[in-house]
Design a protein around this ligand. Structure first.
Ligand code: HEC
Length: 165
């Protein structure tokens, strides 16, 4: 330890199990971070609240204002046309056939053309089952995988295939 360092010791080692403390100026980089953070915080607060107005209240109000549009879009009734059923069959063949069989008569998953339904055989119930799945039984939650349009198509196809109620 140089004499210079010695001079800057605060000299209370005896109070702290022999650990002494220097009294040095804070490094420039450290002060830079401190003052930089303070300056950033001021700019950020002004921008957040008054310039960009990104408050939670404003975000919430914008979402509430947009909500009726969003829900009416997803709840738009699907008109069942031959094209919709063909699209539904394509979705079925690509994603569902492995478990429900090429004729929808079931293998790993249950028969979808008999009159027996575990989760209900109306179009709304079938749509619900496909969207939410039965993950604990191996039926995936298809809603986020396929999206509402393909779910509606494949539900219409399954419902129209013979077992629908
Ligand atoms: C990995 C296998 C597997 C795949 C792939 C699969 N399912 Fe299923 N599915 C099942 C199983 C198992 C059940 C039975 C769930 C239960 O017992 O509650 C089921 C149940 C169902 C039911 C409810 C049947 C009832 O009796 O209520 C419908 C409808 C259905 N699946 C449609 C589909 C559609 C549409 C697809 C494709 C998007 C699909 N499944 C893909 C395994 C699968």
């Amino acid at each position: 330890m140089s004499a210079k360092d010695q001079d800057r010791l605060l000299g209370h080692a005896q109070d702290n199990d022999g650990i002494d403390e220097y009294d040095n100026a804070l490094p420039t980089w450290w002060l830079g971070i401190l003052w930089g953070s303070i300056a950033f915080a001021i700019v950020y607060v002004v921008d957040y609240h008054f310039v960009s107005d990104r408050s939670q209240v404003a975000t919430y109000e914008a979402e509430v204002a947009a909500a009726p549009q969003a829900s009416s879009a997803s709840a738009a009734p699907l008109v069942i046309t031959p094209e919709v059923l063909a699209a539904g069959k394509a979705v079925y063949d690509a994603n569902c056939m492995a478990c429900h069989g090429p004729e929808l008569k079931g293998s790993v998953g249950p028969d979808l053309v008999d009159a027996t339904w575990i989760h209900g055989g109306t179009l709304a119930q079938i749509t619900e089952t496909i969207t939410k799945g039965v993950p604990e039984k191996g039926m995936l939650t298809w809603g986020p995988i396929l999206g509402p349009e393909k779910v509606a198509q494949v539900a219409a196809f399954v419902h129209g295939a013979g077992g629908g109620q």
